[in-house]
Design a protein. Structure first.
Length: 303
């Protein structure tokens, strides 16, 4: 029992586990990284588990899981009056911060994508209340999402780091498209949803030197006033978001010795003045772009 509890805590979330009285149990879990996500394959014999306040506070509390049942069945108990039976083909979300009981009632296998909570909320703020999301398998787009995850599971060994990160972004967008239409919407949720759209648009369009509040508002079909209003409580203006994201991409390239000169990198990510770029970069990071580039080159081992 302690061994299976340790495996679940390391790959999913922590549970107090109860194994069958016969004492016979077998389980196997494989965890692989996909960008910022984890793809976890789990096969096990029947067992029961409870996730209560006694085992919370673990790293799993900061994660959300997209679970796809491949074989067998599992009973999920959220309260005395709320329980669901998940069977082959079931697709759903779980929240690591919530108490839950599980009972695997027959040999069982599942595939789970585990997302950092902060990343999910940055893409789809309405997913903050995962507990309100019902079974996903009947929703439009769910079959496409499952097929895409299945394909990723097959192709993952051949993906390099950058391709894996791009694939993880696609998963998040598909998940958002499946889940958001069925969730309640509040004014704050609409504002956060707009902020998420802006962040995605900024990431895609960073090379455009003209990227700014006016062009973003025009592309997203909102007024500039609405755009600024959505960010007024976020602690960061739209212009500051664009600048910070550009600087972060520039720093990534500066730390890669073969990514080009400082000026080429600045222009690549939308800066049109190399002197201005150097000034704002040093103000943000406390060191000049050339210092970052020099440190990266010095860190490359010589043969």
């Amino acid at each position: 029992m302690p061994e299976w509890e340790g495996v679940l805590a390391a790959t999913h979330v922590s549970f107090d586990v109860k194994l069958p009285d016969s004492g016979r149990f077998a389980g196997h879990v494989e965890r692989r990284h996909l960008g910022a996500l984890d793809l976890v394959e789990c096969t096990c014999a029947p067992f029961a588990g409870r996730r209560t306040s006694a085992v919370m506070g673990d790293p799993g509390e900061d994660h959300i899981g997209l679970q796809m049942v491949l074989h067998g069945s599992e009973k999920v108990i959220r309260s005395r009056t709320e329980e669901h039976v998940l069977q082959a083909g079931s697709v759903g979300l779980w929240d690591g911060s919530r108490a839950v009981g599980v009972e695997v009632v027959e040999p069982f296998s599942k595939r789970t994508l585990i997302f950092p909570r902060e990343l999910v909320h940055s893409v789809s703020p309405r997913l903050a209340d995962v507990g309100s999301v019902s079974a996903l398998e009947t929703r439009p787009g769910a079959r496409l999402l499952v097929r895409y995850v299945d394909a990723l599971a097959d192709e993952l060994p051949a993906l390099d780091e950058r391709t894996g990160a791009a694939a993880a972004d696609v998963v998040l967008e598909l998940l958002r498209a499946v889940v958001e239409p069925g969730m309640p919407e509040t004014r704050e949720a609409r504002r956060e949803a707009l902020r998420a759209r802006v962040r995605r648009f900024v990431r895609v369009n960073l090379p455009d030197p003209g990227l700014g509040p006016e062009s973003i508002a025009r592309a997203l079909a909102v007024s500039v006033r609405t755009l600024h209003s959505a960010f007024e409580d976020s602690g960061e203006s739209v212009a500051a978001l664009v600048r910070r994201t550009r600087l972060a991409r520039c720093r990534e390239d500066l730390e890669e010795p073969t990514a080009g000169s400082v000026t080429e990198i600045a222009f690549r990510w939308g800066f049109s003045d190399a002197t201005h770029f150097s000034h704002v970069f040093k103000r943000e990071y406390g060191m000049s772009p050339r210092d970052v580039r020099r440190a990266a080159r010095e860190a490359v081992p010589t043969r």
